[in-house]
Write a protein that binds this ligand. Structure first.
Ligand code: 48F
Length: 264
């Protein structure tokens, strides 16, 4: 069979344009494809919500690939094991209540499951701002990461979403941009972004899950962005809290969405 490079080019352009265009009007837009974002995307897509993930890097997985200090094994506590079991990730008991999993197998399995459930993943795209209407977040403002890196002066595009999830990890970028640009008060006692505290795995894992939820009308927090925003502790390379937070944000959003529309 002869190969025509122009057909190859046209196939990429047309198929990407279709996918991208279908991702412009969403039930849920998730920013950041780390463990919490991937689990949230999977749970939402499985329940037929129209969901897309926007990830700055080319690779999904966030801080999970490198385990702890580049030793690519992760630790999951008893509470989080159920979630990796559901995905079929192999785990090995270490000591009572502690399990290990291969970081690469875990990331790739979470991502494949999210995609197969119907979540669309847009990598190489950075969320630089939000759409805000009458004191509610109603969408994202996005641009190519390559444009951001090159410092080019090129206007972004917009994505509408009924709900946005900040799953950007330690920097909690979405919350920070919302606060910086709109002079608003967050739905927490301090009213404003706090920044994370030093390492305390047990307290951090608990508070990440407990505080997962809506931080401003239309904007939810999941994963490490929860603790960063509320002034919670960091937890280091234990990942049960990230998985549980992703699951919890999806459950909260599904309750808000009622019966999500079928994916377009
Ligand atoms: O940091 P990350 O893995 O978030 P997470 O799901 O998990 C945290 C853990 O990895 C670890 C930890 C727990 O053990 O403390 O750090 O909370 O993934 C966040 C992803 O968001 C992307 C970033 O590249 C990363 O892959 N990201 C950050 N800001 C933006 C973004 C942005 N403005 N636009 C798009 N993607």
């Amino acid at each position: 069979m002869g190969l025509d490079e122009i057909i190859v080019s046209r196939a990429i352009i047309e198929r990407f344009a279709r996918k991208f265009s279908q991702g412009l009007d969403l039930d849920v837009a998730i920013v950041g494809a780390g463990p919490s974002g991937l689990v949230a995307a999977y749970c939402l897509a499985k329940a037929h919500a129209k969901v897309a993930l926007f990830e700055r890097k080319m690779s999904v997985g966030g801080g999970m690939w490198g385990g702890g200090m580049l030793f690519n094994e992760i630790v999951i506590q008893e509470e989080g094991k159920r979630i990796l079991d559901e995905f079929g990730v192999s785990m090995e008991a270490f000591e009572e209540g502690y399990y290990t999993a291969d970081a690469v197998e875990t990331v790739s399995t979470l991502c494949a499951a999210a995609c197969r459930a119907g979540a669309r993943v847009f990598n190489g795209i950075s969320v630089e701002d939000l759409m805000v209407r009458e004191e509610a977040v109603v969408g994202l403002v996005i641009n190519w990461t390559a444009v951001e890196m090159a410092g080019l002066h090129i206007d972004p595009l917009a994505v509408r979403a009924k709900f946005v999830v900040d799953a950007t990890g330690h920097p909690a970028e979405v919350v920070q941009v919302l606060q910086r640009k709109n002079r608003i008060r967050l739905k927490i006692p301090s009213g404003e972004f706090q920044g994370e505290r030093s390492l305390w795995a047990e307290a951090a894992e608990r508070s990440t899950v407990e505080n997962t939820g809506e931080i401003y009308p239309g904007l939810y927090l999941a994963g490490m962005a929860v603790n960063a925003t509320l002034g919670g502790y960091r937890m280091g390379p234990i990942f049960g809290g990230m998985l549980l937070s992703g699951e919890k944000v999806a459950q909260l959003l599904l309750a808000r969405l009622g019966s999500p529309g079928s994916r377009g």
